[in-house]
Ligand binder design. Structure first.
Ligand code: ADP
Ligand code: MG
Length: 371
């Protein structure tokens, strides 16, 4: 009944500017798919091409075996929900949701509208006008109005962008529940990495009109393919090093004269200069000189330069002998030492918790985009 949405070689050239650059993308039928990237990277343009509101410069769009590249927007089994809801202010909620069915002259639409209001938990609000609802409620009306048409694909363009943080969190879980319930393919555009991680089965990370990496939230977080992904999804410590050999399943990396190991399966490069990546919660601090080096990677002789206590965790900055500061998150379980600014510490982590990227990439790519 539903089919995969497939984009092949999709580009969009605006006057003098390539907004989307030769995109290949398969969105599995029935999945919750997120297009994640900073402002201006081409997310909306991609969505508009899927909806038929923008014509691709190159490439094809298919739903299963059916090509829809040239179809008029209203002929596509696709609906869009925008950030600004776009509800009819003069119609009540029931009539807003009923709109698509009435226009298509569907008989006996009332039970269907009731069912949709039930889905978005607004049964008691049918007689109200949009202006009498909160932002979150209006967005749920917009969702019901789109879903009542039973599209194969629902496109959502930063639908929660106008809501405050707490409501946004609530609506993220709500959207996920609704998607699971209806089983329709959702393509959700956002610049908020936490939002994408919370909701999506699969995330495509976009940057400058290109897809940098595609995978489940856990895959992207655990093994980022580029410095951009390493920095844009959560935080990463990227340390300069050079590959100097191999030992069994690992590559040996020299970092300022110290040897560390990284499993080959976690290395994007096999020789030369590298960025050694480690997530902040994967690094552990120990008082200087107290640590066993068995099976772990170590960097010695650091000094704690900053301590931020944030309740569930403490966030440290630790300065290495060559001046680079690493970020370290430690859970406040009460089971481990806490440190103070000025303490001499060693850093350690398991080889399986690090990754290697090509040093030709900008170590700060994606950093300034994190809010
Ligand atoms: N109609 C247009 N004409 C010219 N340039 C456009 C048009 N729409 C978008 N762009 C440009 O294309 C790029 C991608 O825009 P957009 O897809 O809206 O990004 P995003 O949704 O990721 O913020 C931006 O540089 C934007 O300025
Ligand atoms: Mg946009």
């Amino acid at each position: 009944m539903t089919s995969d949405l497939v984009l092949e070689g999709i580009s969009k050239q605006f006057a003098g500017h390539r907004a989307v650059d030769n995109l290949d993308l398969t969105v599995p039928a029935g999945s919750f798919f997120a297009l994640l990237g900073p402002s201006g990277c081409g997310k909306t343009t991609t969505l508009r091409m899927i909806a038929g509101l923008e014509e691709p410069t190159t490439g094809t769009i298919r739903l299963g075996d059916d090509e829809i590249t040239g179809l008029r927007p209203y002929k596509r089994p696709v609906n869009t929900v925008f950030q600004n809801y776009a509800l009819f202010p003069h119609l009540d909620i029931f009539e807003n949701v009923a709109f698509g069915l009435k226009r298509r002259k569907v008989k006996d639409y009332k039970p269907k509208v009731e069912e949709m209001l039930d889905l978005v938990e607004l049964n008691d609000y049918g007689k109200r006008r949009p202006g009498q609802l909160s932002g979150g409620q209006q967005q749920r009306v917009a969702l019901a109005r789109a879903l009542i048409n039973r599209p194969q694909v629902l496109l959502l363009d930063e639908p929660l962008g106008a809501l405050d943080l707490k409501l946004r969190r609530q609506m993220q879980l709500e959207l996920k529940r609704i998607q699971t319930e209806v089983g329709i393919t959702f393509v959700h555009v956002t610049h908020d990495q936490e939002e994408a991680m919370t909701m999506a089965d699969t995330i495509a990370v976009m940057n400058g009109g290109l897809i940098e990496q595609l995978g489940s939230p856990a895959e992207l977080y655990d093994l980022p393919a580029t410095t951009f992904v390493a920095n844009f999804l959560g935080q990463s410590n990227l340390i300069r090093g050079a590959i100097i050999g191999q030992a069994d399943e690992n590559l040996i990396v020299d970092v300022q004269g110290r040897k560390v190991l990284v499993p080959k399966a976690r290395c994007r490069v096999t020789e030369g200069e590298v960025w050694l990546g480690i997530r902040p919660e994967k690094v552990f601090l120990a008082p200087a000189g107290t640590e066993e080096g068995d099976g772990v990677n170590q960097l010695l002789g650091a000094v704690v330069t900053d301590v931020s206590y944030v309740g569930v965790s403490t966030q440290y900055l630790a300065k290495l002998p060559w001046g680079q500061e690493l970020t370290v998150f430690e859970q406040n379980t009460g089971a481990r030492d806490t440190f103070r600014a000025g303490d001499a510490v060693d850093l350690h982590w398991r080889p399986a918790h690090s990754f290697l990227l090509d040093a030709a990439q900008d170590a700060l790519a994606g950093v300034e985009d994190v809010e």
